[in-house]
Design a protein around this ligand. Sequence first.
Ligand SMILES: [Zn+2]
Length: 70
Amino acid sequence: MPTYAYLCHACGRPFENQMSIREKEEWKPRCPVCGSAKVEQQLFGFSVGGGGGTPTPGGCCPPGRGGCCG
Ligand SMILES: [Zn+2]
């Protein structure tokens, strides 16, 4: 049974749901954290290319340059 990955646009949390393809057609994705339906399916194993750079997730410094991570 495939696992589908989603990203919640409301709270920014990724989550996964395992279901069959037929179940997926019926299933309305919802964030398990905040309950929002504003979720977007993520693709496993595909690199989405050809459209500029991906934003780097913030929150920490690059390795080796410690000091501002708290
Ligand atoms: Zn959410």
